[in-house]
Design a protein around this ligand. Structure first.
Ligand SMILES: NC(=O)c1ccc[n+]([C@@H]2O[C@H](COP(=O)([O-])OP(=O)(O)OC[C@H]3O[C@@H](n4cnc5c(N)ncnc54)[C@H](OP(=O)(O)O)[C@@H]3O)[C@@H](O)[C@H]2O)c1
Length: 289
């Protein structure tokens, strides 16, 4: 049997990476090779170049990305991880002609409530947004075959992943008769299982490059999202809609992070499922009460 083609996953212990590894493993021609701290720090340029040039992978997927508030607190760290490390990774992939997929963000726009397309002008309100966008440009400049994906509001992997919003809200609803949630922040909730399957297709479509929104279909407010989770879990908790000022946030995150996924859907064999269906399926299959 021919040797399996390697796909390196940077940030390989993370939430999206978990489902990406699962999807790659399901294809008998490919093998996921996850790297995370402390084994490989993506800001160590030499170590990253050595790793990519010695393993000569079919593809490299970069899932590393700090949260919004840590970027605001430490812009130099944000620049190092979101821009410089991404440019270095892209250049390393170019040398061995590996496919390069980089995860950017849905949070690159402003407050106008609409579904944003890949070509819409960015409104960079935070250090996170600015460096994520600069990372997109740096990747494309270093390697014009780079594929940039902009994920929606992601949840998924196992219930223990610290970024799993759905599992966290179910745990909260189990303890509280009433939960508060913002009615003035909008986005496209996205299951990492669907997102990873879509990334696999993008990576395998030869010649594809550029920016793709990566989200389940449709949109809602945070409160709609939380209500959907609570209902899917069959819990009696009431979701009280409040203004986002009820939650103190250091960073001026945009009001609207809704993504139009029609460019992605044209490439996929089946369109991305509706976000509510995806939440119900995930809660039904993964969350044991
Ligand atoms: N989750 C969302 O809703 C969402 C929305 C939009 C965009 N995104 C983007 O999508 C990507 C994946 O998100 P995710 O939620 O799956 O992230 P995640 O769970 O935080 O996974 C990232 C992994 O990278 C590791 N890491 C941190 N710094 C590293 C470094 N210098 N070198 C190597 N590994 C490092 C993290 O370790 P530690 O946990 O120890 O730090 C973590 O295991 C990120 O780029 C994120 O910005 C996510």
């Amino acid at each position: 049997m021919a040797a399996k083609k390697k796909v390196l996953i940077m940030g390989g212990a993370g939430m999206f990476a978990y489902d990406m590894c699962r999807i790659i493993s399901a294809n008998e021609s490919f093998e996921p090779v996850p790297f995370d701290l402390p084994r490989l720090d993506i800001t160590n340029h030499l170590a990253v170049c050595d790793c990519v040039s010695s393993l000569k992978p079919f593809g490299v997927i970069n899932t590393v990305g700090p949260l919004v508030d840590p970027c605001e607190d430490d812009p130099e760290m944000a620049e190092r991880i979101n821009v410089k490390a991404v440019a270095n990774l892209a250049a390393a992939c170019k040398k061995v002609k590996a496919r390069f997929v980089h995860l950017s963000s849905c949070g690159l726009f402003g407050d106008e409530k609409k579904a944003y397309r890949e070509t819409d002008p960015v409104v960079l309100k935070t250090v996170y947004a600015r460096t994520k966008y600069e990372g997109e440009l740096a990747a494309q400049e270093a390697y014009d075959q780079s594929i940039i994906v902009r994920p929606g509001w992601m949840y998924g992997a196992t219930v223990n992943h610290k970024k799993n919003f759905v599992a966290a809200r179910v745990r909260e609803a189990q303890k509280k008769p009433v939960m508060q949630s913002a009615s003035d922040k909008f986005g496209s909730p996205t299951w990492t299982g669907n997102a990873a399957a879509a990334v696999m297709q993008l990576m395998l479509s030869s010649g594809l490059r550029g920016v793709f929104n990566l989200a389940n279909t449709g949109s809602g407010s945070r409160a709609d999202y939380v209500r959907c989770i609570v209902e899917a879990a069959g819990l009696p908790t009431k979701v009280l809609e409040v203004d986002s000022s009820a939650f103190s946030r250091k960073s001026p995150v945009p009001d609207c992070e809704i993504l139009d996924n029609s460019k992605l859907n044209k490439v996929l064999t089946r369109p991305m499922p509706d976000w509510r269906e995806a939440v119900r399926k995930y809660v039904g299959e993964e969350i044991k009460l």
